[in-house]
Design a protein around this ligand. Structure first.
Ligand SMILES: C[S@@+](CC[C@H](N)C(=O)[O-])C[C@H]1O[C@@H](n2cnc3c(N)ncnc32)[C@H](O)[C@@H]1O
Length: 210
């Protein structure tokens, strides 16, 4: 992990500021287009029903959880390291099928065997994290055969002080192949809705735990 990790990069006072942080300043139009596309892809690929319980790893303010719950009636556990994101997520999703908690609390629950999820997704998160602990948290939550969806940059973008993003060289796509079988590569579908400068810089995949 890089030496100067900026742990305040995902903090903000209100929903508007946090939304800008989530899409690194991109437009509100992208927010709506992308949220709808991710949710529709997940519904088509992950067999989500009102009985499903999903982990949203790095949930942010819960934009994906809110739409997924609205469209399928599923339940979502949002996990995030930013207390600002968690605070706003409760207000933004505002649904009894949604709960959110800190990473520490979630990891404790997983350790105690108190978490049971049917699948997980992580959108624009693992590129930014202390990768292996984050990844292991997701992995340990999932039963064999469970679906996992990821949208991520190809290269790592770790927030560093005093500014900017660092690439520590971890190849997430390759790492995932050790534990997951690819079921559908949706990278091209995602690229169609993203601004052109994101093309060839992202991947978007469905897989299931081996
Ligand atoms: C770019 S935002 C994406 C938020 C959300 N997935 C979305 O697409 O709207 C990245 C999120 O990951 C969270 N995050 C960063 N490091 C994390 C970690 N180690 N574990 C869990 N969440 C983390 C940040 O606080 C932030 O909410």
């Amino acid at each position: 992990m890089v030496k100067y990790y900026d742990e305040h990069r995902f903090n903000g006072d209100n929903v508007g500021d946090l939304a800008k942080i989530i899409l690194t300043g991109d437009t509100l139009e992208r927010w709506h287009r992308e949220t709808e596309a991710f949710v529709d892809m997940m519904i088509a690929q992950m067999d989500i029903t009102e009985k499903s319980v999903l982990l949203d790893y790095g949930a942010g303010i819960g934009r994906i959880a809110r739409e997924l719950i609205r469209k399928t009636g599923c339940s979502v556990i949002g996990v995030d390291t930013s207390s600002d994101m968690l605070r706003e997520a409760f207000a933004y999703v505002a649904h009894p099928n949604f709960t959110a908690m800190s990473l520490e609390k979630y990891q404790q629950r997983v350790k105690e065997g108190a978490v049971k999820v049917d699948g997980a997704y992580s959108i624009w998160v693992l590129q930014h994290c202390d990768f292996e602990p984050a990844y292991q948290t997701i992995l340990r939550s999932l039963p064999q055969g469970a679906p996992f969806f990821i949208a991520n940059t190809v290269q790592r973008c770790v927030p560093v002080t005093p500014r900017g993003w660092a690439d520590d060289g971890i190849n997430i796509q390759e790492r995932l192949r050790k534990d997951f079988q690819l079921t559908h590569d949706a990278t091209k579908d995602l690229e169609r809705i993203l601004p052109e400068d994101h093309h060839n810089r992202v991947f978007c995949e469905f897989m299931c735990k081996i």
